[in-house]
Design a binder for this molecule. Structure first.
Ligand SMILES: Nc1ncnc2c1ncn2[C@@H]1O[C@H](COP(=O)(O)OP(=O)(O)OP(=O)(O)O)[C@@H](O)[C@H]1O
Length: 247
């Protein structure tokens, strides 16, 4: 614990910048996620959300700033090292392997976990939580519906037993009733004390499940605080998220 009794951050970003040539996608972003929290990272198209979590994962290089995980500087660690340390990502667009079965996709997600007993326990746990995947276990992933593919993408990243998961737009492109199911699943993961950084454009649903939120626009943070406070702030929501709805 810190002197002021705040719990230690599990993930801590300090002044992180991401640039693609002349494009300043992320401009000096500092944020933290504490153990057991669901933190929403909201913002309209092009705000820099995917760039930020890709940089945390090490898939995109950080121009400057630091990323700390469980008190350790991991700014320069490779994505593979980060998976081994306990950082998981379910990327935007699902990126499941369409020609492989559900079972094979899940096995790939677990490949960084050396302990067979833990792999089997995780598979059992997530097939119970996502029963549709149990039903479709030997079916090619490409033949699943959008919502089923999203559930597969989330459970695949959980198979490695991460301490924190970053979910990039899990509700993207799904019908409202399926979106509801996905957010119910996120609430179940929260109840199981998983730490989650949730990137979303679906602000109302994300804020309903999140403890805290950050609002990002044009590469910068415009709000950070309690999710309920952001939810009640019509000015901020219409000014920043209204842009998203208009796009
Ligand atoms: N590989 C890249 N090369 C050049 N510019 C990029 C690259 N990836 C993203 N950008 C730019 O960086 C900015 C932030 O994009 P990013 O995808 O991180 O935003 P986002 O908030 O995740 O948006 P969305 O919700 O649409 O996915 C945008 O202006 C985008 O065009």
């Amino acid at each position: 614990m810190r002197p002021n009794d705040e719990p230690e951050a599990m993930l801590e970003l300090d002044s992180v910048r991401v640039e693609y040539g002349a494009v300043k996608a992320v401009q000096s972003v500092s944020l933290d996620v504490r153990e057991g929290e669901v933190v929403a990272l909201l913002g309209p198209n092009g705000a820099g959300k995917t760039s930020l979590i890709s940089a945390i994962m090490g898939v995109v290089p950080i121009t400057s700033g630091t990323v700390r995980f469980l008190g350790r500087d991991v700014t320069l660690a490779s994505p593979e090292e980060k998976v081994r340390m306990g950082i998981g990502i379910s990327p935007e667009g699902r990126r499941i392997f369409a020609n492989l079965t559900v079972a094979e996709n899940l096995r790939l997600g677990a490949s960084s976990q050396p302990d067979k007993a833990i792999r089997e326990r995780n598979q059992h746990r997530y097939l119970e939580m996502f029963p549709i995947l149990k039903e479709r276990f030997h079916q090619k992933a490409g033949t699943l519906s959008g919502g089923e593919q999203q559930q597969l993408a989330i459970s695949r990243c959980l198979m490695a037993g991460p301490k924190i998961v970053m979910l990039d737009e899990p509700s993207l492109g799904l019908a409202p009733v399926i979106v509801e199911r996905i957010f119910d699943l996120i609430a179940e993961l929260k109840a199981a004390r998983l730490t989650i950084l949730l990137v979303e454009q679906n602000a109302n649903e994300a804020l309903a499940v999140a403890d805290r939120a950050y609002l990002m626009h044009s590469g910068r943070l415009r709000f950070e605080g309690e999710a309920s406070r952001l939810r009640e702030s019509e000015d901020l929501m219409s000014h920043y998220m209204g842009l998203a709805e208009a796009q």
